[in-house]
Ligand binder design. Structure first.
Ligand code: AQP
Length: 345
């Protein structure tokens, strides 16, 4: 879009979120949460971290357990190091501006753009006629989550790359159609970083670690205790070959590559560093070393999670405060957007 204004001058803001669709796992942590914690250290950028319960209802869900699932995700954010004093932590549904903005952006996004989204195809499966309309427009709601804060950076895992590109397309189209030469919305930058950007299932190195995988052994949950973590790593699928000496030789060895990537992400090294240490060794030696690193890293997070989740009232107070902070930023943005598109009042 050549005549699209790109002169956005607003403040730097960070937004990200997770669905309360199950227990948060190592993939969610290494792909996103770990970077959320880093980003909040820079006080010049305000950070907004939501639990996206409106996204969670795009698939069949249980209304009776959803509120506790939101609390559980919020507790996991804090246990992982997100500081509710520095960052706004809140439930998406507690900030009505997300839904208002989503409607406007539904009218900016093009059907053809959404039809290309691979996550919809994966989640809808073969019977897409029966998928909810919400699942189809999920990426537009995600764009609304981002643009209602005029967020300039979004830390996510690699699986979200396509949705973030769509968000930029929507922002660019809005700026072009309604901006009168000004960039109303930023072209948000996706922050997809490090060896943790795509953590795969422990049972199948070709599919991503996911909350909704039926096998609990496929993932390490942030609330798993040391024994459970060690057991899951011991059971993780591997191949019979020893670890190679170079990253290139991991090609075609999805499970080995995944375990080396997890070790690298947890120990703050590159895959090449890990192979320099373990190349030539079998999984009989590597898996216990990986289990040690994982337990050492995750034990404080799971201990803190258990402490936090035992006090629901405190989590609710924090979510209420976070929603107030979020509303104070989001409502003026959506009000301005409504004026821009010509709504009455
Ligand atoms: N395996 C992964 N590796 C790296 N990052 C990941 N993320 C998810 N899985 C991995 C990142 O975590 C954030 C939150 O994801 P989400 O809750 O919005 O939903 P998702 O991406 O669909 O995650 P799941 O765990 O697979 O949930 P279900 O099973 O409910 O669909 C995002 O930043 C994502 O990139």
């Amino acid at each position: 879009m050549s005549d699209t204004p790109t002169n956005y001058k607003g403040p730097q803001r960070v937004l990200s979120g997770m669905q309360p669709t199950g227990r948060l796992h190592l993939g969610n942590y290494l792909g996103a949460l770990k970077n959320w914690v880093e980003l909040q250290k820079d006080a010049s950028r305000e950070c907004f971290y939501c639990v996206v319960d409106m996204h969670a209802i795009t698939m069949p869900h249980d209304p009776a357990t959803l509120p506790d699932a939101v609390r559980s995700a919020a507790a996991a954010y804090i246990a992982a190091g997100v500081d509710p004093e520095k960052s706004a932590i809140f439930a998406q549904s507690a900030v009505p501006a997300h839904a208002e903005m989503a409607w406007i952006l539904n009218c900016v996004a093009r059907l053809g753009w959404l039809e290309r989204m691979t996550q919809f195809k994966d989640k809808a499966g073969k019977d897409k006629e029966r998928a909810s309309v919400g699942l189809f427009t999920y990426p537009v709601l995600q764009a609304a989550d981002i643009l209602v804060y005029k967020a300039t950076q979004v830390p996510v895992g690699e699986d979200q790359k396509q949705h973030l590109e769509l968000c930029r397309d929507i922002a660019a189209r809005f700026n072009r159609d309604f901006g009168k030469g000004e960039a109303v919305f930023p072209l948000t930058e996706p922050l997809i970083q490090g060896p943790g950007a795509r953590i795969m299932s422990l049972r199948d190195g070709t599919s991503k670690m996911s909350k909704s995988d039926v096998s609990d052994n496929s993932r390490i949950n942030l609330e798993d205790d040391a024994d459970m973590i060690a057991r899951k790593i011991k059971k993780a699928k591997t191949d019979p070959e020893p670890l190679p000496a170079t990253v290139e030789e991991l090609e075609g060895r999805a499970e080995a590559s995944n375990l080396v990537g997890i070790y690298a992400a947890l120990s703050g090294q590159t895959k090449a560093d890990v192979l320099a240490e373990f190349g030539g060794q079998g999984f009989g030696a590597f898996k216990p070393a990986l289990a040690d690193v994982a337990v050492q890293y995750l034990a404080p997070i799971s201990d803190e999670y258990r402490r936090l989740i035992s006090d629901k009232a405190e989590i609710d107070r924090m979510l209420t405060k976070g929603a107030e902070r979020a509303r104070a930023v989001a409502q003026p943005v959506v009000d301005e957007t409504k004026k821009t598109v010509g709504f009455w009042g």
